[in-house]
Design a protein around this ligand. Structure first.
Ligand SMILES: *[C@@H]1O[C@H](CO)[C@@H](O)[C@H](O)[C@H]1NC(C)=O
Ligand SMILES: *[C@@H]1O[C@H](CO)[C@@H](O)[C@H](O)[C@H]1NC(C)=O
Length: 390
């Protein structure tokens, strides 16, 4: 009797703890921002953009990756050199050496996101094997789009069912389609000049057995939990409100479709989305004499790319269990974190309550007193049910 009772308390504690707090495992910021990232060092053979993603020596040497006077990391497209016809323009793609398992949470505070005709920036995650290991697009947009777009990419079998509290607009629902399953941000100032003019903002993604959830707050709306978080503190995420995009595990088994994820920042130009005539021509077709993305933007002096840079205050990675991130090279130790998060899986029948942060209700805002009580009741109910079964 004693052991199951203990386990019940552990379960209850896990549920409450899950809701309240995540432990920091890694802070990428300031002068040490670039520690722990690999620079790609090759041309863009993924999205077929007209860029060369520099290796670390060239990136630092050419001033396309540095830390500015404000202590923020800058990642940029070369806007200083002339590019001849048939050449590509230099840019940056960096990937974390650490891979983060299910049970992780990532937060990034940015001041500026690259934009402009031909520009295609992204902050995203992927497993070591693509697309088998899944992909989560947290920040991605092209050309003169005025909003961010979030998406998952998976093998066939993962479908986006829109949760009732999702704030963004669902588009494609099949995550195995070329576009992925897509949610458009509806809150203002999530991209382009509007994002920068508002002082930037914060994006967060929760990678959980219960689903994948993505948030965006423009600078004036950042919740107190994030404003007060430091480079070493845990974070209580109960004031986050409903997510911009919610991909519940009910129609997409997260542990099946997603291996541990590496975080990626990249900026490409043109390529298979930004340069697609159907996307490019309506908004950017007049930006040069030819109407061709490469000809009218990439070649020439580069002063078109003065806004094609990320300015990042920090990227922070958290986990539910204080588990150390797994280096890519040894992404074997993955079983442990998954076992840990499995502990927090709730009993069937509480679909809307179980995910931390998956709060029922519409308005962006804090966790209501009533919701805290509901969670408490679920926890106590679970314990009661377990005791009853003894
Ligand atoms: C892209 O190039 C890298 C290294 O040059 C290679 O490992 C990778 O398989 C290539 N990807 C594609 C899609 O061709
Ligand atoms: C989800 O996938 C994992 C790993 O493939 C599997 O162990 C688990 O049983 C699946 N869950 C459901 C509900 O199908």
């Amino acid at each position: 009797m004693a052991w199951p009772l203990f386990r019940s308390f552990v379960l209850v504690f896990s549920i409450l703890r899950m809701v309240l707090s995540y432990d920091l495992v890694r802070d990428y910021s300031g002068l040490s921002f670039y520690d722990g990232w690999d620079f790609y060092g090759g041309y863009d053979n993924l999205t077929l953009g007209d860029v060369v993603w520099l290796n670390i020596d060239d990136a630092l040497g050419q001033g396309l990756a540095y830390v500015n006077a404000a202590g923020n990391a800058i990642l940029k497209v070369d806007n200083m050199h002339n590019v001849e016809f048939n050449q590509k323009r230099n840019s940056i793609r960096i990937t974390t050496q650490a891979a983060y398992a299910v049970g992780s949470l990532w937060i990034t505070d940015m001041v500026h996101i690259p934009y402009g005709c031909s520009v295609w920036p992204a902050f995203w995650t992927m497993g070591p094997k693509w697309p088998d290991g899944g992909e989560i697009d947290i920040v991605e947009a092209i050309n003169l789009m005025d909003h961010n777009q979030m998406a998952l990419h998976t093998l066939p079998g993962c479908i986006h069912s829109t949760p009732p509290n999702q704030m963004g607009l669902s588009k494609e629902l099949d995550c195995s389609q070329p576009s992925g399953c897509v949610v458009a941000e509806t809150a203002p100032n999530s991209f382009q000049a509007g994002f920068a003019a508002a002082g930037g903002g914060v994006f967060a993604a929760q990678f959980d057995v219960a689903g994948i959830f993505i948030w965006f707050w423009s600078r004036p709306n950042i919740p107190p939990s994030i404003l007060h978080a430091t480079s070493s503190s845990p974070i209580d995420i109960s004031d986050w409100g409903p997510p911009s995009a919610g991909f519940p595990a009910t129609t997409c088994n997260i542990t099946q479709f997603f291996s541990p994820q590496n975080l990626v920042f990249d900026i490409t130009l043109c390529g298979i989305w930004a340069g697609l005539p159907a996307e490019y021509l309506p908004v950017c077709g007049n930006s040069g004499p030819t109407g061709i993305c490469y000809n009218d933007n990439v070649i020439g002096p580069g002063d078109r790319y003065n806004d094609a840079y990320f300015e990042i205050k920090y990227v922070r990675a958290y986990t539910t269990g204080g588990i150390a991130p797994t280096p890519t090279a040894a992404a074997v130790a993955i079983a442990t974190p998954q076992t840990m998060t499995t502990v927090t899986q709730r009993p069937v029948g509480t679909a809307l309550i179980p995910s931390p942060l998956f709060y029922p209700g519409g308005a962006r805002g804090g966790l209501k007193h009533g919701e805290v009580m509901t969670l408490l009741c679920v926890a106590l109910g679970t314990m009661g049910a377990l005791l009853w079964r003894l």
